[in-house]
Ligand binder design. Structure first.
Ligand SMILES: Nc1ncnc2c1ncn2[C@@H]1O[C@H](COP(=O)(O)OP(=O)(O)OP(=O)(O)O)[C@@H](O)[C@H]1O
Length: 264
């Protein structure tokens, strides 16, 4: 069945990025449909983070285009993402050490800020009711992620796995239609990774997810579609089952026979 434009949430078309003489992305295209999980995998240096950064507006592609819900996405900046309905978590988490967990989560509400909530938080348009609503919403997301008990603590004092949940809560508070996750499983225990897998699947009730991840077992378990990059090129894409048996993928992951790739 062909994909009609209204079914495309995000489309990346023929994107090329160069750093000096190095081609980090070469004619990369991908489409994210609503409420699907798309994994972006590939060996070190394949271009995954660069692609993530292009979508976030950190890096402008040399050629190619992006569209969001059928409209061109040009010159967008990372601080505009929440307003568009896109949220992200970064490898480095990027939590503010001087704010409590609850305040950190409240800062993720850029999209809601259009109605004044963030302005209220920042004291630029005082509205106690807006702030209360944002607080309640932030607490609800923290509760959903089982970290409400640390709401009044500062993130620096918390275990890494808990901080990762706080970063996820901050991304989710804006109720994004697309969530970009950069290596969400790094540093997590096996149990935490299982919870993360369930969480990502549960998110698809409302949200599409792009998952840039090294942990193949997580990717194969939660993704509807997997895009494989190698040296900046898309060398394979399809369902986890299709990608797992693709010889080009095994070649890219040196010495890894297709049957040795983790099963779903
Ligand atoms: N700012 C930059 N300046 C120069 N080269 C860069 C820059 N960012 C990335 N690169 C290069 O572009 C290529 C793609 O890098 P990228 O970080 O996107 O890969 P990756 O798939 O995310 O790798 P990893 O899995 O190791 O995080 C690599 O060769 C990298 O060295």
């Amino acid at each position: 069945m062909s994909i009609t434009s209204h079914e495309k949430l995000l489309h990346v078309g023929g994107v090329t990025v160069r750093f000096g003489g190095l081609v980090a992305l070469s004619e990369v295209s991908l489409t994210i449909r609503p409420r699907t999980v798309v994994g972006v995998i590939g060996p070190n240096g394949a271009g995954k983070t660069t692609l993530f950064n292009v979508v976030c507006g950190f890096i402008r592609p040399e050629t190619g285009d992006l569209s969001w819900k059928g409209r061109p996405l040009r010159k967008h900046r990372p601080d505009q993402l929440a307003g568009l309905g896109i949220a992200r978590t970064l490898q480095g988490l990027g939590l503010f050490g001087g704010l409590t967990v609850l305040e950190n989560v409240m800062t993720g509400a850029g999209r809601l800020a259009r109605t004044g909530s963030l302005a209220s938080l920042l004291g630029t348009g005082k509205s106690a009711r807006d702030e209360r609503e944002l607080r309640d919403r932030s607490m609800a997301v923290l509760t959903e992620l089982d970290v409400a008990h640390v709401a009044q603590l500062h993130p620096g004092a918390l275990p890494y796995g808990v901080r990762k949940r706080v970063a996820l809560a901050r991304a989710l508070v804006s109720e994004p239609e697309l969530l970009l996750l950069d290596e969400p499983a790094s540093g997590l225990s096996t149990g935490e990774m299982d919870e993360l897998a369930d969480r990502i699947r549960a998110l698809t009730e409302k949200t599409a997810v792009v998952l840039v991840e090294h942990h193949m077992d997580l990717v194969m378990r939660v993704c509807d579609e997997v895009v494989v990059l190698d040296f900046g090129e898309v060398i394979a894409s399809g369902s986890p089952d299709e990608v797992r048996v693709d010889p080009a993928v095994a070649d890219a992951y040196l010495g890894t026979a297709p049957e040795e790739l983790p099963s779903a």
